[in-house]
Design a protein around this ligand. Sequence first.
Ligand code: AVI
Length: 322
Amino acid sequence: MNIHVAKRQRNNAHDDVRLAFARDVVEGLSQQPKQLPPKYFYDEAGSHLFEQITLLPEYYPTRTELKILRDRGTDIASIIPQGAALVEFGAGATTKVRLLLQHCAFDAYVPVDISGAFLNGQADALRGDFPNLAVHPVVADFTTPFTLPEAVKDMPKVGFFPGSTIGNFDPDEAIAFLRSAREILGDGATMIVGVDLEKDERVLHAAYNDAAGITAQFNENVLQRINRELGGDFNLSAFTHRAIYSDEHHRIEMHLVSLEAQKAHVCGQTFSFHSGESIHTESSYKYSVERLQALARDAGWTPQATWTDEGKLFSVHALRVS
Ligand code: AVI
């Protein structure tokens, strides 16, 4: 491909992302109550803040899931077919997948992510450390249908969706995602999913209202991103972070609450806020093992095994196509 064509394609893709962002922001802020999709947290600054969150003393999910994957590596390996392709839905830090690759005999790894540059960097690092592993990155939005590379077509498939990212979907979206994953992975597939568990509300509250204020910065970054990328004029000091647990919905809700009556402008539109009005920026659903298994069944998967830590903070589920 000639360099100008490649550049033009990159610019077009960039414009598409910006357009979708603008559309989602205007649509979300026009709703009552106002909302923004959580996927827009993860620009470069937001991804860096999220990495910091995973290291916070109050934020137990990441280290607990890592411990389960480390302690139960042999059990997980025992249900993985020989010579399978591991398909990771959304590829972040490679720490978790490395644990699976160390324990299980995978022939191929297919990381799927919207960010091509990030994906290729991660893929190169893994190729260096696992020379016998074929790595086939796919640049795609993993929440919509995509095609697996030809090279893994005839291999058994194992999906991997760690980090309780499934908890950031509403339950109907989570079912739709698992159904779509089932279609993509095909008959006979296995799926390994990391899911945060319901627990004492105080533990949840602390995890999303950390003392160092990193989660607050992570939440507020979405307004900064709107200002930076869409020319918005949100006054950041006039909004505050709030994370609360809803017993009714079994979820932590993150909000940005307006501290005063104010107006903000973006994409030629004016959005008015009354004092105390919030933008709902994220839901993080917490599941019991039984509720997650019921959800998986609704999506056409059969629960095969579940592993949790001693404190019952986090769970890792193996599902099979039923
Ligand atoms: C990525 N996701 C599972 C995180 C969560 O816990 O819902 C995102 C996050 N939001 C605030 N802290 C972390």
